[in-house]
Design a protein around this ligand. Structure first.
Ligand SMILES: [Zn+2]
Ligand SMILES: [Zn+2]
Length: 327
């Protein structure tokens, strides 16, 4: 058996200072894995707060400018309930997308012990991320904002202040869907309000003065139209990614699939956690049919195929990708 460094470009930048084996610390103990996932990124936190503010602004205008002053009680109750339910589901999906670990690979697991435990097959290639010192499973990418390698990373979304990856894609898709729905609903209500108020006396239409009402409604229209377009496109792109089993990064890089593609409805089942049910639309249901971490890299192999200590040290010290070959 021999070991050959394989120079592949993928998304790995070779920076020698990162490749020192002493920078690789063992993976964190079980107890620290239970802590909440939250990215401390100022720009992401600001974008997330702006997102909530925009939803609250829309809710304020819908309720206090349009529905409460309306004399049609049934219209107000039905639309108020529908809008608030969708807005609540949008914010809940946002929280789940933001606070769910998107599929982070344990940091610094490129240790001798871990590589030994992988029992690499002859010819098997493993990649080491030089930035976070982890062994990258297939389709994982390093995110410079999260400072971690993320499994099936699609993109880093500042609006949810998190990466969109294997474990939180469902919540992100739901977030874009509910935002698109409340935007559409708000636009329809603004349309009805303008029609109704042009016929009636303005003072009976809103508890605010006519200029204030118009400004508030135009701002809501602008916001709703912008977000309807943005989130519908995002929703379509995400569903397309799931159905073609290709992440945004893989599509951008035009990467040849090295994985077994699960497409169409099967892809949706994997992303949404099981067979079709109402749970698909709920940000509160968990994804419970996930593969255990490191399944792709940990493969059973005959003992003879395991790298020797010397080879592992060579791997940790010098290169980001190794291939274990037969003699
Ligand atoms: Zn990494
Ligand atoms: Zn990220």
């Amino acid at each position: 058996m021999m070991i050959t460094p394989v120079h592949r470009s993928r998304d790995i930048e070779r920076k020698p200072e990162y490749l020192q084996p002493d920078k690789c610390v063992p993976p964190p103990s079980r107890s620290s894995l239970g802590t909440m996932w939250f990215i401390r990124d100022g720009c992401g936190i600001a974008c997330a707060v702006v997102t909530w503010m925009l939803v609250f602004y829309a809710d304020f205008v819908v309720l206090l400018v349009m529905l409460v002053p309306s004399r049609d009680y049934v219209y107000s109750v039905i639309n108020g309930t529908l809008f608030n339910t969708l807005a609540f589901l949008a914010l809940a999906s946002h929280f789940r997308a933001m606070l769910t670990d998107p599929g982070a690979v344990p940091k610094g697991n490129a240790t001798k012990e871990f590589i030994e435990s992988l029992q690499l097959k002859p010819g098997q290639v493993v990649y080491k991320c030089p930035k976070c010192c982890s062994i990258k499973p297939d389709r994982a990418h390093h995110c410079s904002v999260c400072k971690r390698c993320i499994r099936k990373m699609d993109h880093h979304c500042p609006w949810v202040n998190n990466c969109v990856g294997e474990n939180n894609q469902k919540y992100f898709v739901l977030f874009t869907m509910y935002i698109a729905l409340i935007s559409l609903h708000a636009l329809i209500m603004v349309g009805f309000h303008f029609l109704y108020c042009f016929e009636e006396d303005w003072t009976k239409c809103s508890s605010f003065s006519p200029p204030t009402t118009v400004i508030l409604l135009i701002l809501l229209c602008f916001e709703a139209l912008l977000f309807l377009i943005f989130t519908s496109v995002m929703f379509g792109t995400q569903v397309h990614s799931i159905c073609t089993d290709e992440t945004g990064i893989e599509r951008l890089k035009n990467q040849k699939p090295t994985w077994e593609k699960i497409s169409g409805w099967e892809g949706m089942k994997v992303a949404f956690g099981g067979a079709f049910s109402l749970g698909w639309f709920s940000p509160f249901s968990n994804l419970d049919c996930k593969k255990p971490p490191s399944a792709e890299v940990a493969a059973a192999a005959p003992a003879s195929a395991i790298m020797t200590q010397e080879e592992i040290e060579q791997f940790l010290a010098q290169d980001v990708a190794v291939q274990v070959l037969h003699e």
